[in-house]
Design a protein around this ligand. Structure first.
Ligand code: NAD
Ligand code: UDP
Length: 341
C-alpha cells in the first residue's frame, strides 16, 4: 500500500468556525462514539460520523443534529471514505463491534473491520494531513500474566481462540497505524481502552455492565459467568472521554499507545451484588459457563496517562453505575430489538 502525505485540500462542504476543527468519527453512533461526538460538538467542532449502524444507533445522535455541526453518513469502514467530504483535521477511529457476542458473530469480518478500517483511515489521513486517534483495547494484552498491565507488556493472546478476531484485529490495527503514520509523517494517538460503561450502551450490547443492569431492572436472572472471581476494572464513560480529549490534544509524541481506564479492580460476583443493591432488584444471581479464553483479571497501569496527560478517572463505580441505571431505566421499555451484524 502506498501512503503519501499530500498537501491538504480545502474543506468543501462544511463551514469552519474560527476555533472549530473538522473531524471525522468512525463508529460515531456507538456507545463511546456518541459520548465523543457530544464532547467534540461541545467544543465547537464540526463532526462527521461514519457508521454502518451494526451495533450503534442513529437515535443516539439524533439530539445532537440540532447543533447543525453534525453530519451523519451511513458508511462501512472497510470501504474507502465516501467522496465529497471536507478535509479533516482529525480522524477518530472507533468503528468496530466491541462486545464479545457481536464481534464473534462473524469473526473474519471483525478482523477485516479492524484491518481495512485502519487502512482506510490511514489513507484518508495521509491525504488530509489529519491527526489520527485510534481506539485500541486492553484486549491486546489477552489473558495477562503481568498484573496490572503497563503499555510495555506485549500481551498473552491466543491467536486461534474465539476472542482472536478482536484481539488480533486490534493488534494488527495498532501495527498498521504505528508503521503507517511513521512513514507518512502523521500524528498518531492510540488509547488502549479498558472496560468502560455508561449511558448510550445498547440494552442488548452483551457486555457485563449493561447485561447486569438490564437484567436487574427487568427482574430477570443476573448471569454471572464462571465462579465470578474474574476481575475487570470499570471506567465511567465521562472519565474515558476526558482521557481521549487530553490524549488527542497532546502536543508532544506520546511514544506509542497509552492505557486509559480506571485502576479500581472488581470481581464479577461483586459487580452483580452491587447492581442488585443499587437497583433494589429482586433478581436472582445465577451462574453460567465461563466463556473460553475469558481473561482471569484485568487492571490498567495508568502511570503513563497520569504523567503525560495529568489524567485519572474521577467517577467511582457506585456513582457511575447509579447514572447508568437511571439511563437504562428510562429507555429499556421502549427499546426495539437490536439489529445484529
Ligand atoms: P459499540 O459497539 O457501541 O460501537 C461501535 C460502533 O462502530 C457502532 O456504532 C457500530 O455500528 C460501528 N461499526 C461497527 N462496524 C462498523 C463498520 N464496518 N463500519 C462502520 N461502522 C461500524 O462499541 P463501543 O464500546 O462504543 O466501542 C467503540 C470503540 O472503542 C471500538 O473500536 C472498541 O473496540 C473500542 N473499545 C471499547 C471499549 C469499551 O469498554 N467500551 C474497550 C476497549 C476498546
Ligand atoms: N460476564 C458475566 N456475565 C455477563 C456478561 C459478561 O459474568 O452477562 C463476564 C465475562 O465473562 C467477563 C466479564 O464479565 O469475565 C467482562 O465481560 P465483558 O463482555 O463485559 O468484557 P470483556 O470480557 O471483553 O472484558
Amino acid at each position: 500500500m502506498k501512503i503519501q502525505h499530500r498537501p491538504a485540500r480545502p474543506a468543501r462542504s462544511l463551514p469552519r468556525s474560527s476555533s472549530g476543527k473538522v473531524v471525522a468519527v468512525t463508529g460515531g453512533a456507538g456507545f463511546l462514539g456518541t459520548h465523543l461526538c457530544e464532547a467534540l460538538l461541545a467544543r465547537g467542532h464540526h463532526v462527521v460520523s461514519l457508521d454502518n449502524y451494526a451495533t450503534g444507533s442513529r437515535e443516539n445522535l439524533r439530539p445532537l443534529v440540532a447543533t447543525n455541526r453534525l453530519t451523519l453518513i451511513e458508511h462501512d469502514v472497510v470501504e474507502p471514505f465516501p467522496a465529497g467530504l471536507p478535509r479533516f483535521d482529525e480522524i477518530w477511529n472507533l468503528a468496530c463491534p466491541a462486545s464479545p457476542p457481536h464481534y464473534q458473530r462473524d469473526p473474519v469480518r471483525t478482523l477485516f473491520i479492524c484491518a481495512d478500517g485502519a487502512r482506510r483511515v490511514l489513507e484518508r489521513a495521509a491525504e488530509d494531513g489529519a491527526r489520527i486517534f485510534h481506539a485500541s483495547t486492553s484486549e491486546v494484552y489477552g489473558d495477562p500474566d503481568i498484573h496490572p498491565q503497563p503499555e510495555t507488556y506485549a500481551g498473552h493472546v491466543n491467536p486461534v481462540g474465539p476472542r482472536a478476531c478482536y484481539d488480533e484485529g486490534k493488534r494488527f490495527a495498532e501495527a498498521v497505524f504505528t508503521d503507517g503514520c511513521a512513514r507518512a509523517g502523521l500524528e498518531l494517538r492510540m488509547a488502549r481502552i479498558f472496560n468502560t460503561y455508561g449511558p448510550f450502551m445498547h440494552p442488548d450490547d452483551g457486555r457485563v455492565v449493561s447485561n447486569f443492569v438490564v437484567q436487574a431492572l427487568r427482574g430477570e436472572d443476573i448471569t454471572v459467568y464462571g465462579d465470578g472471581s474474574q476481575t475487570r476494572s470499570f471506567c465511567y464513560a465521562d472519565d474515558l472521554i476526558a482521557g481521549f480529549l487530553a490524549l488527542m490534544a497532546l502536543d508532544g509524541d506520546p511514544s506509542g499507545p497509552v492505557n486509559l481506564g480506571n485502576p479500581v479492580e472488581t470481581r464479577m460476583d461483586e459487580l452483580a451484588e452491587l447492581v442488585v443493591d443499587l437497583t433494589g432488584s429482586r433478581s436472582r444471581i445465577v451462574r453460567r459457563p465461563l466463556p473460553v479464553d475469558d481473561p482471569r483479571r484485568r487492571r490498567p497501569d495508568i502511570a503513563k496517562a497520569r504523567a503525560l496527560l495529568n489524567w485519572e478517572p474521577k467517577v467511582s463505580l457506585r456513582a457511575g453505575l447509579t447514572r447508568t441505571i437511571d439511563y437504562f431505566a428510562g429507555r429499556i421499555a421502549a427499546e426495539p430489538p437490536m439489529r445484529l451484524l
